[in-house]
Design a protein. Structure first.
Length: 350
């Protein structure tokens, strides 16, 4: 079961509703509303125009005007209260993938950090100077949905990174990796290595990808398994070590500790080493994301490989296609993840 998030959308008919009624592709409808009827043919055009009239469809003016008034810039908005938001390796790799894919067709990338909704409101009140938005948002679900709605109200296309949306505005596209599957595979790997009691160490800040990972973890647990969750500041190495140390001082040693990401898992390994706990003999440890610093840790961390750079590239290609055609060909783009065993777990993959 995949985790999806529903956004409240308007009741007006969409371009895809017209396509369904006319029995054509969404691209064909886009051609007609953009004045390129010759690309479609007379009969299809007549069906599309009849469907538009029947549904009282009003084309979104943003789709008709963007080609005539290009800024050749994409805005990356990161909603994160951490002033060092670009220090996060996942965010950095997404930005790298975006920038690399955008530069060849002549687009630039602007990056704006918003610590709260008020910052985003100020941003959107000024001349924007971009053709589309890409957003990475943290915080409670309600706050993230407000962020997406505010950006959508700007009348520009929006790419949402690492959040799976459904029933959203037709000019919003979600690009994310399958973190539910990653959490499930990681937990099954630990269970196959003999783990039954688990500690999940997660950031105190809500992130949609980690929410899906946690759901995947729960989906893999059997009746014989137990799971405890503790929160930490993922950017504070010593603070995270202290959280783990305090938990282990007052609770039985779990069979496995699952770090919500590699940064947390490294802090866990440091704490266990200070306590003289052997990994993986006494306890198994896993991370998530497979960033390069994993290779500097002994024993080598078991993790799940995320391709944040590919997420950025996929988002860029989706935006470029949208700016040319007038619509997102796919509103949901999901990338796979891969389990990457190291030396911190006991089960050896075949």
């Amino acid at each position: 079961m995949k985790n999806t998030r529903t956004m409240i959308s308007s009741k007006r008919p969409s371009l895809r509703d017209v396509a369904k009624l006319a029995g054509v592709s969404a691209a064909a409808v886009s051609y007609v509303v953009n004045g390129r009827k010759g690309e479609v043919g007379t009969q299809a055009t007549e069906r599309i125009e009849a469907a538009i009239k029947q549904l009282k469809y009003q084309p979104q003016r943003r789709g008709l005007s963007l080609k005539l008034n290009r800024e050749f810039a994409i805005g990356l908005v990161i909603v994160d209260p951490d002033p060092n938001f670009l220090a996060d390796p996942f965010t950095t790799q997404v930005a790298t993938g975006l920038s690399t894919a955008l530069v060849e067709p002549g687009y630039g990338l602007t990056v704006t950090g918003c610590r709260e909704l008020r910052d985003l409101e100020k941003l959107l009140k000024r001349p924007i100077g971009v053709d589309a938005f890409v957003v990475i948002a943290s915080g409670p679900v309600e706050m993230r949905e407000k962020v997406y709605s505010m950006l959508s109200d700007s009348n520009l296309p929006v790419i949402v990174i690492q959040e799976s949306l459904k029933d959203s505005d037709e000019d919003i596209c979600s690009v994310f990796q399958d973190d539910f599957d990653g959490g499930h595979r990681l937990t099954r790997h630990l269970i196959d290595g003999g783990a039954r009691s688990f500690l999940f160490v997660s950031p105190s800040r809500d992130w949609p990808a980690i929410e899906r990972r946690e759901k995947g973890i729960h989906s893999a647990l059997t009746d014989a398994c137990t799971l405890t969750k503790v929160l930490c500041d993922e950017q504070d190495l010593f603070g995270t070590m202290a959280v783990v140390t305090r938990y282990l001082a007052s609770s039985p040693l779990p069979d496995a500790i699952i770090g919500a990401n590699d940064q947390i898992a490294v802090a866990v390994l440091r704490a266990l080493d200070d306590l003289g706990v052997s990994v993986p003999n006494q306890i198994q440890v896993t991370g998530y994301n497979d960033f390069s610093f994993r290779n500097y840790v002994t024993p080598l961390l078991t993790t799940v490989t995320s391709n944040a750079n590919a997420i950025g590239r996929s988002a860029a290609l989706a935006i470029l296609s949208r700016l040319e055609s007038g619509l997102f060909e796919n509103q949901t783009i999901q990338l796979p993840v891969v389990l990457n065993p190291g030396k911190t777990t006991r089960y050896n993959m075949p």
